[in-house]
Write a protein that binds this ligand. Structure first.
Ligand code: DGY
Length: 344
């Protein structure tokens, strides 16, 4: 094995994390501020032992097959649906991700979208900018009427760290909080402020639904025409998780007909959102370009954790946050307590 592992990084990152990585490895950084073409990704990963990638880089079985030296993948994201985890595990490659450090920042954006959609903030902003706020209409009793957040019922889909952080915010706003979770979750830290319910009950009762499940085969299209149709009439949907969880065509139709009052969306089935998307023509949708974790401090913490994960794995230690911990199973080295992925 080379003394200094070769690492490919798919985007230059602000802050000191990459410099720390460069102290330990020969680092090749894609210099452009634009997405990496898949063919370039494949050729740059081919000689690498480590890969630090973004959620926009597709790391599939074919790419892994062309990277025979790869020993560690680290993604600057908590979600890892862009990586074929099964293929990585089969090749003995641990996949790092960044849970925890982005929880509060992402919950903030979910709540920002919820408030903006409820109170029609983008429409209000356009009203002022476009000169529709005129002297003869200085204050209108029925201008841009929205929904109250306080006292309303919020339904949270997925009660992981981000869902819980949204629940805490909702309690602060005086909301009743319902939650649906695919896996059993302890609720003690939420101090009785959240009621776990079945999905149909949540959809029927919630004035706001906020999505916080990971994208997986079981959750793809979870909110389709049928489940969107089961939502309370006039409800508002917020999605800061992954676009593939929601059927966008069905959502656009529900918003167009007024069956749903509004939506706040940070994530889309295809990113960037296609210019032909019907969502763009709807005034009752607040759109943002996948910025859930986008605060300077959080992105710095994500970069640090991504580098920690990579350096640990390249040094033969367990990653700090590993998305496929099963890669370590049965490969624990009892004499050190350290872990080593299955060798290929
Ligand atoms: C993630 O980390 O998965 C978010 O979507 C972006 O921070």
């Amino acid at each position: 094995m080379r003394q200094r592992p070769r690492v490919f990084v798919t985007r230059s990152l602000a802050g000191p994390a990459l410099a720390r990585l460069a102290e330990h490895g020969d680092v090749d950084v894609w210099p452009e501020p634009t997405a990496l073409p898949p063919a370039v990704l494949a050729s740059r990963v081919a000689p690498a032992e480590g890969l630090l990638c973004l959620l926009s880089d597709r790391v599939d079985a074919a790419l892994l097959a062309r990277a025979p030296h790869l020993r560690a993948i680290s993604s600057l994201s908590v979600g890892v649906d862009h990586i074929d985890l099964a293929a990585a595990t089969a090749r003995g490659v641990p996949v790092g991700h960044t849970p925890g450090v982005l929880t509060e920042t992402t919950a903030d954006l979910a709540f920002a979208l919820l408030l903006a959609a409820a109170r029609r903030v983008p429409e209000a902003d356009r009203c002022v900018r476009d000169g529709h706020w005129r002297p003869e209409r200085v204050w209108e009793p029925d201008l841009l009427l929205g929904r109250d957040v306080s006292g309303a019922t919020l339904g949270i889909l997925g009660l992981g760290a981000i869902g819980r952080a949204v629940a805490r915010r909702a309690r602060g706003f005086g909301m009743r909080v319902l939650a649906w979770s695919r896996t059993p979750r302890p609720l003690e830290d939420l101090a009785g402020g959240v009621e776990l319910v079945a999905l149909p009950e949540l959809l029927a009762q919630a004035d706001f639904v906020s999505v916080h499940v990971a994208l997986a085969p079981e959750t793809r299209g979870l909110l389709d025409a049928e489940t969107l149709g089961a939502m309370k009439p006039g409800a508002i949907l917020v999605n800061t998780a992954r676009g593939g969880i929601v059927d966008e065509a069905a959502l656009a139709e529900a918003l167009r007909t007024g069956r749903l009052a509004a939506a706040g969306l940070d994530v889309f089935a295809h990113e960037p959102l296609e210019r032909t998307s019907p969502l763009l023509a709807l005034p009752n949708v607040v759109l943002s370009p996948h910025i859930g974790s986008a605060s300077r401090a959080t992105r710095t913490r994500m970069a640090e954790l991504a580098v920690d994960n990579l350096l640990a794995a390249l040094a033969g230690r367990r990653m700090v946050a590993c998305a496929n911990p099963e890669v370590y199973d049965a490969h624990e080295r009892p004499e050190t307590g350290h872990s080593r992925p299955v060798s290929r």
